[in-house]
Design a binder for this molecule. Structure first.
Ligand SMILES: Nc1ncnc2c1ncn2[C@@H]1O[C@H](COP(=O)(O)OP(=O)(O)OP(=O)(O)O)[C@@H](O)[C@H]1O
Ligand SMILES: [Mg+2]
Length: 230
């Protein structure tokens, strides 16, 4: 589904992504762990075309999207939930969800599954996004990314700054999405227990490189927790 090979990216003279390679498979949660500043968000921005890759390749299904524009990647079926959520605070919940459908033609309705997954969004349809709690905004950002039925869902630290009860809801939602088999999920996380609970496959990043990977069920035995503590 997603295949990244030997990806390199620089900010000015700093080499941020250093020959990164990995894959993410449909129906599976691939979890990328790593400490602050190792380049996780930069990698996701590269996957979305928000920062250019210097070299290497990104394949999505049959297509080489290494140089594709962001909207082309979204149209091809990549849903992105950015770090810090980045919902539109002045637009209503409904309008935020409709923005997720902006690449679809005509009057595509908001898929009911989003409201089944996050009922609070239905209750708050007319509220301004900015008036929601952090956890509700995160659910909205995930709902927005799901609106166009992605084949790859990318989430950047969805638990950051979120209250525990909503973390549980988000965990259940991600598991349910993976179990449909309809999409590959690439989850960036620093919250170890959440990552461990969801990972089918894990990747550990350090200074722009994947330094370890394996089955989610073996994270504990592989000593991943120790790699993340400072
Ligand atoms: N726009 C930018 N210009 C220059 N350097 C940047 C830019 N954005 C990030 N960096 C640097 O690139 C490195 C990787 O940052 P990135 O945000 O990808 O890390 P991260 O792993 O997502 O961290 P966190 O866990 O804190 O979100 C850091 O050293 C950061 O300071
Ligand atoms: Mg980040």
């Amino acid at each position: 589904m997603l295949k990244v090979e030997n990806l390199n990216q620089y900010y000015g003279g700093s080499h941020i992504l250093r020959g990164l390679s990995f894959t993410a498979e449909p129906g599976k949660v691939t979890t990328l762990l790593g400490r602050n500043g190792v380049g996780k968000t930069t990698l996701l921005k590269c996957l979305m075309g928000l920062v250019p890759a210097q070299s290497g390749s990104i394949r999505f299904g049959e297509a080489d999207i290494t140089r594709a524009a962001s909207y082309v990647r979204v149209q091809a079926g990549i849903g992105y939930v950015p770090q810090g959520r980045e919902i539109f605070p002045r637009l209503s919940v409904e309008e935020n969800l409709l923005m997720g459908l902006a690449t679809q033609s005509g009057r595509t309705p908001i898929p009911p599954r989003i409201f089944e997954m996050f009922p609070v969004l239905k209750q708050m349809l007319g509220r301004r996004g900015g008036d929601l709690s952090g956890g509700q905004q995160q659910q909205l950002a995930i709902g927005r990314a799901l609106a166009m039925g992605p084949k790859l869902l990318i989430l950047d630290e969805p638990t950051e700054g979120i209250q525990p009860s909503i973390i549980k809801d988000i965990e259940r939602a991600i598991r349910a999405l993976a179990e449909t088999g309809e999409m590959a999920i690439l989850l960036v996380e620093q919250y170890y227990d959440f990552a461990r609970s969801l990972a089918d496959h894990y990747l550990v990043m350090e200074r722009g490189e994947i330094i370890r990977e394996g089955k989610g069920s073996e994270m504990e035995a592989d000593g991943v927790r120790a790699l993340l503590s400072v």
